[in-house]
Ligand binder design. Structure first.
Ligand code: TXA
Ligand code: MG
Length: 337
């Protein structure tokens, strides 16, 4: 049974108690819903991997109520401290070297010498983290490889019965996952574009190496394998025309002729588009399949600001899918994060 908790102080306390008991609780953050477990417990974190069918080599982000709490577990350099001051709480995740005394469990870090740390700005998420008083490991609360949830309904639909509770704080304001920056190397690397833009980060850090610089090399973040965010229908990018057998994911004035349309932002606003992306993909996929449509055609979005993260998610949604072959843990379907 999955308990559905409407976020109020009692529900937050109940969710905290469940987490401290080693249970799985999905909760809303400003980015997407996370599937939380106590980050210091291998047993608790193991439930996350099982519920998501996530490959164990893909490490999780540890969430904290404050930068001070986060920096007890990682070696924060000057740049990390500056970024924390400016962007925390908020949609930024930093990869930093693990401190030897850190109590984050090995399963959460996939045994890496680094830890991904984040202080979310969602009010409910922060109140929950405060009530727990311990780091909470949380990937997005979707089955591995599928579209991330930006609303409690999305979590309910995909994870009901597989997790202990959902703390419903309504739709997520940003709607895309946090930006992941690796500060554990000599130069900062953008591992995943997200809610804080590359431009915002470069204004603080100077030049940051980004995915376009190393797109052809091996993924340096275990979760950055190509196919991800996959809806059931195939996705076609950079659509310049569309026909009646296709569902159109529009941005700005919509192309005409599609069998179904969802407009991310009629006024070409990237923030609005980011917040509607995952809901739009889910809508076009569900309704499109019901109407017998064959493809989701996506109009291009400018690769600047939040557009970089939107195009990153769309590119992954459009990547060739590994074929599902049962529930063998080693099959390719389970190699996506
Ligand atoms: O907005 C978000 O970040 C959401 C909410 C719930 O906070 N969480 C989220 O988690 O998107 P997840 O697990 O879906 O994505 C975390 C990404 C993965 O690509 C993972 O491989 C990467 O961060 N990651 C985690 N630890 C890492 C590490 N030590 N080194 C490199 N990449 C790491
Ligand atoms: Mg995810």
């Amino acid at each position: 049974m999955t308990e559905i908790l409407k976020a109020d102080p009692d529900a937050i306390q109940r969710a905290a108690t469940l987490l401290l008991d080693g249970k799985l609780v999905a909760f809303g953050t400003e980015t997407v819903y996370g599937l939380g477990a106590l980050a210091t417990s291998n047993a608790a974190v193991a439930h996350i991997f099982a519920a998501k069918n996530r490959p164990r080599f893909n490490p999780l982000i540890s969430h904290f109520a404050s930068a001070e709490a986060a920096f007890e577990h990682v070696e924060a350099n000057d740049m990390a401290r500056r970024l924390a001051e400016i962007f925390w709480p908020g949609p930024l995740t930093m990869i930093l070297p693990r401190k030897s005394g850190s109590t984050i469990c090995d399963l959460a870090t996939a045994g890496l010498p680094t830890i991904a740390v984040r202080v979310p700005s969602g009010k409910t998420a922060l109140a929950l983290l405060q009530a727990v008083g311990q780091p909470v490991a949380a990937p997005s609360a979707n089955p591995s490889g599928r579209v991330s949830p930006s609303d409690a309904f999305h979590v309910l639909r995909n994870m009901h019965g597989r997790i202990d509770a959902i703390l419903d704080s309504g739709p997520c304001s940003v709607g895309l996952e946090s930006t992941v920056i690796d500060l554990s190397r000599e130069v900062p690397f953008l591992l995943r574009p997200g809610g804080i833009t590359l431009e915002q980060l470069e204004a603080v850090c100077g030049t940051i190496r980004n995915p376009d610089d190393y797109a052809t090399k091996l993924p340096s973040s275990p979760g950055m394998l190509a196919s991800h965010y996959a809806p059931g229908l195939p996705v076609r990018l950079s659509a310049e025309s569309v026909d009646e057998h296709e569902a159109l994911l529009a941005f700005g004035p919509a192309l005409s002729g599609a069998g179904l349309v969802y407009n991310l932002s009629e006024r070409s606003d990237l923030e609005e588009a980011a917040s509607r992306l995952f809901a739009g993909l889910r809508f076009l996929d569900g309704e499109g399949q019901r109407r017998g449509l064959k493809t989701i055609a996506a109009m291009p979005v400018p690769r600047q600001g939040l557009g970089l993260a939107i195009m990153d998610r769309l590119r992954r949604a459009a990547s060739p899918r590994p074929t599902a072959s049962g529930d063998d843990d080693d099959d390719l379907e389970s190699m996506i994060g």
